[in-house]
Design a protein around this ligand. Sequence first.
Ligand SMILES: *Cc1c(COP(=O)(O)O)cnc(C)c1O
Length: 379
Amino acid sequence: MDEKITVPLLDLKAQYATIKTEILDAVHTVFENQSFILGKTVADCEALLAPYCGCQYAVGVTSGSDALLIALMAEKIGPGDEVITTPYTFFATAGSIARTGAKPVFVDICPKTYNLDPKLIDRAITKNTKAILPVHLYGQCAEMNPILEIAKAKNLSIIEDAAQAIGSEYQGKRAGSMGRYGCFSFFPSKNLGAAGDGGLVTVQDAELADRLKVLRAHGSKPKYYHSLIGGNFRLDALQAAVVSVKFRHLDQWSAGRQANAARYRRLFEQAGLVQNGTVTLPEEVPGGRHIYNQFVIRGPRRDALQKHLKENNIGTEVYYPVPLHLQKCFAYLGHREGDFPESEKAAQETLALPIYPELNDRQAEYVVDSIRRFIDSTK
Ligand SMILES: *Cc1c(COP(=O)(O)O)cnc(C)c1O
């Protein structure tokens, strides 16, 4: 096989080449208007994204992390409160809970989907529990029906971390439309990425949308009169302009990722790596729409495999090497190794492969062949 093939984990330059004029036109318009803070560009972007996410309202914010924070603030969650979430996620999920002064309460994941295991939620609920914060990890929705039932029975609100899941579906419902809040990120590596940081909160309720808009501008309404303590959580007009352009291509890109996932499945089977359980491929829950923000496999000797792939010019990533309950900054929660075994095992075994839409046949074949060669060499 040609040793010159290079496969980055993500190829944003390839994407940009296909949309360059559209992006530059949109950015140019913002500069001509010199309206950089909120305004029509942000409102237009929100109006595009709310219905796409199956929601009545969308509020553009500074980042996915701040989307989570502002949703928790809108729920008035703070010191003394507890929020249930997964330890197997990006740091911001639990970090935003802690930033409000509330306590993140972890519940282990289902090993097949890497999402919150609803069966474990009940026993984590106390009189201080205020909300459940499920994450739709890698682009596939958490098992929402049982989570919604628990929330209803216990009068808890649900904040969906849909940062990796824009356009993803669970039984016909869009990510971000099932809980009280949907939180999205426009970090460049997400399926809909800005040219920098950005985020979005979606809601179904006009009053909540209004509260979020007040909170994102220092709790000011009318101007210079503050009934709430908010912050500066405004989405930039430049970022909104870029997101609105890229949004036109989002479904096509997500379909490209799905096609790449299907091709990987064929190639791994042809290589004989799936049948005997050597490599575990991501499981698609029936009735859903997985948008493959990441294509995450489990394989033997993960770290050595990653090193081998790197030597063969293939970019991969470990999402996430240390589950949140074992992070130094959360030592005060008193957790130890073994507390959430499925999350710990996933942290040791999983590896994300390149899945970006522009990935071609030759590259995908090279990735699977390189993995096969590694496995053969360890036999
Ligand atoms: C990316 C991400 C975030 C944070 O989004 P930023 O825009 O980077 O702040 C939060 N949660 C999850 C699961 C993410 O993947």
